[in-house]
Design a protein around this ligand. Sequence first.
Ligand code: 2NL
Length: 342
Amino acid sequence: MEQLLEQINSYKNEIEAFDSTDPKSVEEFRIKWLGTKGLVKTIMGEMKNVPNEQKKEAGQILNEFKVFVETKFESLKSSTSNLEHQSSNLDLSLPGDEQPLGARHPITLMKNRIISIFQRLGFAVAEGPEIEDDFHNFTALNLPEHHPARDMQDTFYIQQNPDWLLRTHTSNTQIREMEKGKLPIRVICPGRVYRNETVSARSHCFFHQLEGLYIDENVSFADLKQTLYFFVKEMYGKDVKVRFRPSYFPFTEPSAEMDISCTLCNGEGCSVCKKTGWLEILGCGMIHPNVLSNCGIDPNKYTGYAWGMGIERPALLKYGINDIRLFSENDVRFLKQFTSAV
Ligand code: 2NL
């Protein structure tokens, strides 16, 4: 017992004297004292040599010693982990990692501008499939079987007999809205369309359109004109002039094309308007009675107007872009210029 107490006191002195902030020597300390073959275990083994009447007292002393060593180890450990934080290269004053900001595509920007104007007039937005059957892209629209627009040269056919193709306009979506049979209808249909054309700075084999349609009882050409006037004033400002020219589409009768005074030269004549002072922006007309009956709508009860416009051309004009191919090249240097555009 005497011997045991002496031994413990000398251990205590040694432990008290030990100090280190080096994680390696602190680990060595743990192994030496608290490891499975450490000195605490060894000295605990001395219990068997203590006489029975002193076992209780010796047990308490040994337990106290064990707690003493454990406390010392915990304090050594916490001083090394503090130091690990201090010595790491974490500099909280450094600027954060850059989070690159995306930009909306200029076609999306232009599309959204157009949509928001027509939404204020009560038009809902409808979308439809880009892969379409012959009926919804051509037949329902009063295009006769041998119409040149159906030609393989102009249209991308995916399959023939039965014919499946990439839609050549977004009218397919309007046909699908009409087929639902719920009247009146007041929708706009934005989306991508495809034509088999040679790609150049001015035209592409895919581009975007926005078509609109209004069907109810007593809808007139005057309603069409006022709707489009409103659109032009909202889009291009109060001073822009508008003119209608008679035209022809198989799906409207009568048909017209609408021009606005050139936004670059104010109608003076420049290279963009080819010295005419006018820019053609859309085609329109009263929906052909055949189109209405093809969709199960009674043309004696209902009339309607429709129009179609491209999105690329107004976007080129607005953002001063000179090549339509830039829209689909995914060049980040081009796209990131629209980060703050609206
Ligand atoms: C243009 C001309 C136009 C329509 C599209 C249409 C749709 C249905 C019925 C009747 Cl379902 N018409 N759409 C009408 C007239 C012209 O587009 O130059 N687009 C770029």
